[in-house]
Design a protein around this ligand. Structure first.
Ligand code: ATP
Length: 241
């Protein structure tokens, strides 16, 4: 298991600075849920962690080793794998083929095809079906399974419940809860469902306009504080009398 540290990360799209000095620290086996309104920078942060977006400034350390300069492929080898927003699977290939490719390109470890099918039993009857024909929840399960087959130390999951039915969300989170309970993997999860995020995370990190508005254990904050941070609302300063 591996810790993840991010120090003063800055990411840009041309002139737009999407991540403005984000730092975070996650102990081995910890689960961090990243929350925030649309455009807060959550996906950009995840892409930067995975090596899919360059860091303009700052550092990303995996188990104390600076991986900031590594490509996505090198980061998979180093132990970071992402299931991206949109769950990009190869639509014309079967679920099995999608998973096998990930296993062949990832690290060797305890996550095998059989173990993924144990964790996501909803994939068993779909294994030889075209990925393009799956429902949103099924695609999400397959995409997370694909990331697991890289045997990462740090698993990045972007927008877990986006576009899924409540039943599908429940199914995916049941599987994630079992992985969390095993404490075998450090997880960073972007979750738009606040109640779900607060229930699942050891720590939450709320972003607004590319900055960290609030970070800590969910129990440290009231719902009102979290909601205010979510929308980047600051209390007006009280002037001295
Ligand atoms: P959402 O929940 O809508 O996905 P988010 O919190 O994930 O939002 P990002 O997608 O990381 O936020 O976007 C952060 C900022 O970067 C936004 O201002 C967005 O418009 C901008 N942005 C994102 N992708 C690009 C891109 N490819 N080119 C230019 N700007 C981008």
């Amino acid at each position: 298991m591996t810790s993840l540290h991010v120090e003063n990360l800055v990411c840009r799209y041309g002139l737009l600075t999407a991540i403005k000095g984000v730092s975070l620290s996650l102990q081995p086996g910890g689960v961090l849920c990243v929350i925030g309104a649309n455009g807060a920078g959550k996906t950009t942060l995840m892409r930067a962690l995975a090596g899919a977006h360059p860091a303009a400034e700052g550092h990303i350390l995996l188990g104390g080793v600076d991986v900031t300069a590594l490509s996505t492929y090198q980061r998979v080898r180093a132990g970071i794998a992402m299931s991206p927003e949109g769950r990009r699977l190869f639509a014309e290939m079967t679920v099995r083929e999608n998973l096998i490719i990930a296993a062949e390109n990832g690290r060797k470890g305890e996550w095998t095809l059989d173990r993924v099918l144990d964790a996501f039993p909803q994939l068993v009857p779909l294994i030889d079906k075209r990925a393009g024909g799956l429902s949103g929840g099924q695609r999400q399960a397959a995409a997370i399974g694909r990331a697991l087959l890289a045997n990462p130390d740090v698993l990045l999951l972007d927008e877990v419940s986006l576009g899924l039915s409540p039943v599908a969300v429940e199914g995916v989170y049941l599987s994630l809860a079992a992985i969390k309970a095993a404490r075998a993997m450090t997880m960073v999860v972007v979750e738009q469902d606040l109640t779900r995020a607060l229930g699942f995370a050891d720590t939450i990190l709320c972003m607004a306009e590319g900055r960290v508005e609030l970070a800590g254990a969910p129990t440290e904050f009231t719902r009102a504080q979290i909601t205010a941070a979510y929308f980047g609302i600051h209390e007006p300063e009280v002037a001295d009398a």
